[in-house]
Design a protein around this ligand. Structure first.
Ligand code: HEM
Ligand SMILES: *[C@@H]1O[C@H](CO)[C@@H](O)[C@H](O)[C@H]1NC(C)=O
Ligand SMILES: *[C@@H]1O[C@H](CO)[C@@H](O)[C@H](O)[C@H]1NC(C)=O
Ligand SMILES: *[C@@H]1O[C@H](CO)[C@@H](O)[C@H](O)[C@H]1NC(C)=O
Ligand SMILES: *[C@@H]1O[C@H](CO)[C@@H](O)[C@H](O)[C@H]1NC(C)=O
Ligand SMILES: *[C@@H]1O[C@H](CO)[C@@H](O)[C@H](O)[C@H]1NC(C)=O
Length: 381
């Protein structure tokens, strides 16, 4: 486009003869400056063509390298593992396209499902104008939004309150401890439930994770955290996220050839943040609907209503979502997520607005809700 514009400048006489002068701007720009910051148009990457059959991960181009002191890591064992193997940038700062492509390549997650996970987290804790998110904490590589409309810093997915929440499997509740890094003591509590409810497998009796194990783990963790954490909160969007993340372990972390999420496999992802030796990704694309069905089973089995502790430390259920948003867990999670994502993102323009609208459209299309919702949450939290 630049050379075309330069050419126009050289031909003022020819142009003057025309009735309508084309502006020198690219008609469909893919970058734009707002408040001194460069924004980039987000484009959903294509689904890879080779998605069926046996594929070992990592390949030779993605060796494990431990993170350096300036590399961001956070509460997601999958993101940490992808960064440690260079499937996403090793510094832990990535674009929408980079994470979606990595999740498809390394985990064989289907495109729409992968896009939804990244859309949720980027709208919550990334900079969707600059098209950057930190998989850990605040980073100088992810600037605050133009005019700081969602606060003076962009938090990263480790920041408590939107993406990061209470009652994790291996991270402490934010109010009482380290919500960002793996905690062996919490993992040991999970493994005590595995030893009771787990299936038998190649590593011995009760060593394979299953739905019943997650129901027991969550039942245990929710009771403990509710009692220990005065500020304990388990709202709908967190409840949905937590059970989806449990289900990820059965459908995405499991060995693709055996479909088993064994103790050494889960330990490798969680504690060591590396792909297990001799690990195979899922043999066909993992669908959001498959994962959601397992999350529903866990939700029904645990049977805890979304809610939070009041000032007396008593757990009080939140009011249920209004119809039609109460129909399914997926739709209720979407409703509650929209209420907790900064409303000010609705007031954007240009490429900023295009990116917000694309990510909202991804969220809505997979929500199962009949009506699209605006983002309506507070900013700067
Ligand atoms: C292949 C896809 C993914 C898998 C298998 C996966 C797996 C998991 C698991 C198992 C947890 C629970 C950790 C725990 O409870 O201790 C988790 C948490 C988390 N994940 Fe992921 N994840 C995936 C994609 C993503 C993406 C794309 C993002 C954001 C860019 C993300 C952000 C998070 C966050 C913020 C948490 C913390 C939630 C909390 O415990 O408070 N995840 N993930
Ligand atoms: C949940 O834990 C309690 C004890 O804290 C136990 O009585 C109950 O059977 C458990 N329920 C499930 C579904 O594991
Ligand atoms: C995955 O399953 C294959 C058999 O299909 C086995 O050879 C391999 O060791 C398993 N990998 C892990 C990490 O359990
Ligand atoms: C949703 O809310 C409406 C109105 O309160 C109620 O009639 C309906 O039974 C609820 N649906 C579900 C699935 O809870
Ligand atoms: C968005 O802009 C409208 C119109 O200027 C304004 O009324 C509204 O308060 C703004 N909302 C937010 C969340 O900034
Ligand atoms: C969402 O669905 C609508 C209607 O089918 C479609 O036009 C739109 O392109 C979809 N959005 C995305 C991001 O796939």
């Amino acid at each position: 486009m630049k050379s075309f514009c330069a050419l126009l400048l050289l031909l003022p006489v020819v142009l003057a003869a025309k009735s309508k002068v084309e502006p020198c701007d690219d008609p469909t720009p893919t970058t734009e400056i707002q408040d001194g910051q460069r924004g980039t148009l987000i484009v959903i990457p294509p689904q890879p063509t080779e998605t069926s059959g046996i594929k070992q991960i990592p390949d030779a181009h993605h060796p494990f390298i431990a993170p350096g002191p300036n590399d961001q890591r956070g509460p997601c064992p999958a993101m940490n593992t992808l960064a440690n193997h260079g499937y996403i940038p090793r510094n832990g700062i990535a674009t929408f396209e980079e994470i979606v492509s990595a999740v498809m390549e390394a985990f064989n997650v289907e495109l729409t499902f992968a896009s939804t996970m990244v859309a949720n987290n980027m709208l919550a804790r990334g900079n969707v104008f600059a098209n950057k998110v930190s998989i850990g904490g605040v980073s100088p590589l992810v600037p605050p939004y133009p005019h700081k409309i969602d606060g003076p810093v962009t938090g990263g997915i480790a920041k408590h309150g939107r993406s990061e929440g209470d009652a994790s499997l291996t991270r402490e509740d934010f109010f009482i401890g380290d919500a960002r890094n793996f905690q062996q003591a919490l993992y040991d509590e999970d493994l005590a439930q595995l030893a009771i409810y787990g299936d038998d497998g190649p590593d011995g009796p009760h060593t394979v994770f299953n739905v019943q194990t997650f129901i027991a783990i969550k039942n245990h963790t929710l009771k403990r955290k509710q009692a220990l954490n005065p500020k304990f909160a388990f709202p709908l969007f967190r409840l949905n996220g937590a059970y989806q993340q449990n289900a990820f372990m059965l459908h995405i972390f499991a060995n693709g050839t055996t479909k088993q999420a064994t103790l050494p496999i889960i330990t490798s992802f969680f504690r060591d943040q590396t792909f297990p030796k001799n690990w195979f990704r899922a043999t066909s694309p993992v669908l959001g609907s498959t994962n959601a069905a397992t999350a529903n089973q866990i939700n029904l089995g645990v049977g805890v209503a979304p809610g939070r502790n009041n000032e007396h430390g008593i757990y009080v259920a939140d009011p249920p979502p209004p119809a039609p948003f109460n129909a399914t867990l997926g739709c209720s999670g979407y409703w509650d997520g929209a209420r907790n994502t900064a409303a000010v993102l609705m007031n954007t323009t240009g490429i900023f607005k295009k990116n917000v609208d694309l990510l909202r459209s991804i969220q809505f299309n997979t929500s199962g809700c009949p009506v699209q919702l605006p983002l309506s949450g507070p900013a700067g939290v």
